[in-house]
Design a protein around this ligand. Structure first.
Ligand SMILES: [Zn+2]
Ligand SMILES: [Zn+2]
Length: 52
């Protein structure tokens, strides 16, 4: 499992969120705690949707 924004492995990370892409509802977006705090952009692999 990897953060969609920074590609960091989340093995030791418990402060992350996981949700379906709001555009295509197919891809699962995973964001680590630091990307959430920094509001890093994520890009959906399937539909290229970008969101904060
Ligand atoms: Zn991250
Ligand atoms: Zn998508």
């Amino acid at each position: 499992m990897k953060c969609t924004s920074c590609k960091k492995m989340l093995v030791s990370e418990d402060n992350f969120t996981q949700f379906k892409c709001p555009s295509c509802m197919k891809e699962t977006i995973i964001r680590c705690g630091s990307c959430r705090r920094k509001s890093n952009i994520y890009v959906c692999k399937k539909c290229k949707f970008e969101g904060p």
